[in-house]
Write a protein that binds this ligand. Structure first.
Ligand code: BES
Ligand code: MN
Ligand code: ZN
Length: 507
């Protein structure tokens, strides 16, 4: 894993494989930002080199030049920051994060990289370092040959900003995100409920993080009445698990529950998916992976907030024991659910864990799940949806997630859609009609969030609920298009940065 450092030295004097600087697009031509700090010889060399190559400095364009006079680094990467003027550096950290990521993606093995991008604040410095770290991620190819060396070895951000804790936080977040990506990229024959649970146990042991891991197997799940997780997992030869990860620092300022959907493969079950839709369904445990990585990062950074992660791990398969449309399942806590489509399995496993999380009376519950195709119809592949039973929590998560480089947009839970879940056969049906499918999934989940301990219902009013938010990451969890910014093809690690930042706001 790469190391991260800040340096106030003149970037031209730092030895490195690559020095990354920024350029803005002025009338369609790449122009170096004033204040780049390079010697005049370097600047004029780069100016004519950019001209010769026809660089435009549109966002994320990377031009590479070797033997730049006056620069110690072996090559200079000029990365586009989009339209601007030479004297006004872009202030949006997201522009910097993506630019750093795009530059890092061009690096070859074991590179030492220095980034001298316009960073005026700690936020900007973090964005640059995070972008470079994430841009260096490679899928672990499972070939018969030896694994190639990691592409980035050291990341140095040249900046006047001085922040003692920043580099360490970027290292922890970067490694946690990469772990999340590794889990999601692992093929489903190798990553199944028990092996996922083992991966978590091993990681906690290796990192010596102060996290207690508990794994419930199918017997424990039956004993605990986790009907939803069992129903979804019962047709798989690899039986379901519920993993809890508990991090409980002394003097915690708050206690937060994180719940992640961990369907290690979603075939759709008896309501089987078409072949093409199944191809990316190893990513259906991305929520659980994000939760596991976030709890790990929070513990490593000693965030003064108690965090319990719940990973709902099951494989949605088909055999003679598969759960069926029209089954009625009794969930944790006793609610009965009529199953209408076995491909709507995520909400079944999540509901059990939301009920369990509520029993510990946390200050808030946040769940994250690749829950619905409707999320992608609404918001596409790069923006996640946030729904909640608490307006402030929803707005905070959307704003903090977006600020952390993981765009999130608030979505409603319209009361009138609740009627779509009425059924004569059980307490609740688990899906409504197609329209607003993301929202009805959210409404279904909201029913399993418990009442805060000690809170009393006003006469005639519904029982108060623990503040809860639901993040649907069906689109953003996986990138099957070309890489962009710091996002590679495949698993994106979406959610780790956002959830970690959200936890930090409770500190
Ligand atoms: N895992 C899928 C949702 C999904 C789709 C995630 C595409 C990532 C990419 C989920 O389990 C599912 O199949 N949802 C169904 C629900 C429907 C049957 C009510 C869907 O959205 O089509
Ligand atoms: Mn499904
Ligand atoms: Zn699913």
């Amino acid at each position: 894993m790469p190391t991260v450092a800040l340096s106030s030295s003149d970037p031209a004097t730092l030895s490195a494989d690559a020095l990354v600087i920024g350029a803005v697009s002025v009338d369609g031509t790449a122009t170096l930002l004033r204040g780049h700090g390079l010697p005049r010889s370097a600047a004029s060399h780069l100016k004519s080199a950019l001209e010769t190559t026809g660089a435009t400095a549109k966002a994320e364009e990377v031009s590479s030049f070797v033997a730049v006079p006056g620069v110690k680094a072996k090559r200079v990467l000029v990365v586009g920051l989009g339209t601007g003027t030479p004297s006004t550096a872009p202030t949006d950290p997201e522009v910097l994060r993506r630019a750093a990521g795009a530059a890092a993606r061009t690096l070859k093995k074991e590179a030492k990289v220095v980034l001298a991008l316009p960073t005026a604040s700690a936020e900007g410095v973090s964005a640059v370092a995070e972008g470079a770290y994430a841009g260096g991620y490679d899928v672990r190819r499972l070939t018969s040959k030896d694994a190639p060396a990691p592409r980035i070895d050291t990341i140095t951000v040249a900046t006047g900003v001085d922040d003692g804790a920043l580099a360490g936080r970027v290292e922890v977040l970067g490694a946690a995100r990469a772990w999340c990506q590794d889990l999601v990229n692992t093929p489903p024959n190798l990553l199944y409920p028990q092996s996922f649970a083992d991966a978590v146990t091993d990681k906690v042991r290796e990192t010596k993080a102060r996290i207690t891991v508990e794994v419930m197997d199918e017997k424990a799940l039956a004993k605990g009445g986790f009907g939803g997780i069992l129903a979804v997992g019962q047709a798989s030869a690899r039986q379901p698990r519920l993993v809890t990860m508990t991090y409980k620092p002394r003097g915690a300022k708050a206690s937060i529950a994180l719940v992640g959907k961990g369907i290690t493969f979603d075939s759709g079950g008896l309501c089987i998916k078409p072949a093409a839709s199944m191809l990316t369904m190893k990513c259906d445990m991305a929520g659980a992976a994000a939760v596991a990585a976030t709890v790990l990062a929070a513990a490593q950074l000693k965030v003064p907030v108690a965090v319990t992660g719940y990973l709902c791990l099951a494989e949605n398969m088909l055999n003679g024991n598969a759960y069926r449309p029209s089954d009625v399942v009794t969930m944790r806590g006793g609610t009965t659910v009529e199953v209408l489509n076995t491909d709507a399995e995520g909400r079944m496993v999540m509901a059990d864990a939301l009920a369990l999380a509520s029993e510990s009376n946390p200050d808030a519950i946040i769940d994250i799940a690749t829950l619905t195709g409707a999320q992608m119809i609404a918001l596409g592949n790069r923006v996640a949806a946030v729904m909640a039973n608490d307006d402030a929590l929803r707005e905070t998560i959307a704003a903090i997630g977006t600020g952390a480089g993981e765009p999130m947009w608030p979505m409603p839970l319209p009361e009138d859609l609740r009627a779509a879940l009425d059924t004569p056969n059980a307490d609740i049906a688990h899906k409504g009609d197609q329209w607003g499918g993301m929202l009805t999934a959210g409404i279904f989940l909201s029913e399993f969030v418990g009442t805060p301990k000690g809170a009393k219902a006003e006469p005639g009013m519904p029982a108060p609920r623990i503040p809860w938010a639901h993040v649907d990451i069906a689109g953003p969890a996986w990138n099957d298009k070309a890489p962009w910014g710091h996002t590679p093809k495949g698993a994106t690690g979406f959610g780790v940065a956002a959830l970690l930042s959200v936890l930090e706001t409770y500190a």
